[in-house]
Design a binder for this molecule. Structure first.
Ligand SMILES: [Zn+2]
Length: 130
């Protein structure tokens, strides 16, 4: 059931100590929620250029070269409006994949068990769009 969620399997396979670093895990998660590659969420134009790509994968503001809208890579994804440390997204998936209960994960990460459960449902959506 939960172990059949593709994103959780990917997290289990991708874990390394570097994933505990905010910069590394942010870049990795942005790649996961944008399986079609880096594009403007407004018009779909590809994000290009060294600075644009660096900002895109760091969840910083990127200005689209085509439509001029400012946005960041969280727009329209499960990462939009994140209210806690982004590393927790990875850790929740890792611990769910390891079979830990929502209650126990909530205790470790100081989150409500219900929040962990909601994220387990979000994980099922990652990679299904685009
Ligand atoms: Zn655009």
């Amino acid at each position: 059931m939960q172990k059949e969620i593709a994103f959780i399997e990917t997290v289990m396979k991708s874990f390394s100590p570097a994933m505990l670093e905010t910069e590394t895990v942010t870049r990795w998660l942005v790649g996961q929620v944008h399986p079609g590659g880096p594009v403007c969420p407004v018009c779909g134009e590809s994000v290009t250029g060294e600075a644009g790509l660096r900002n895109f994968y760091a969840l910083k503001r990127v200005q689209c070269k085509k439509c001029n809208n400012h946005s960041n890579a969280a727009a329209g994804t499960v990462l939009h409006g994140l209210k806690f440390d982004i590393r927790f997204v990875f850790l929740m998936a890792l611990l769910i994949g390891a079979g830990m209960s929502y209650q126990k994960i909530g205790e470790i990460l100081k989150l409500q068990p219900r929040t962990v459960q909601i994220w387990s449902e979000k994980f099922a959506q990652i990679g299904q769009k685009g």
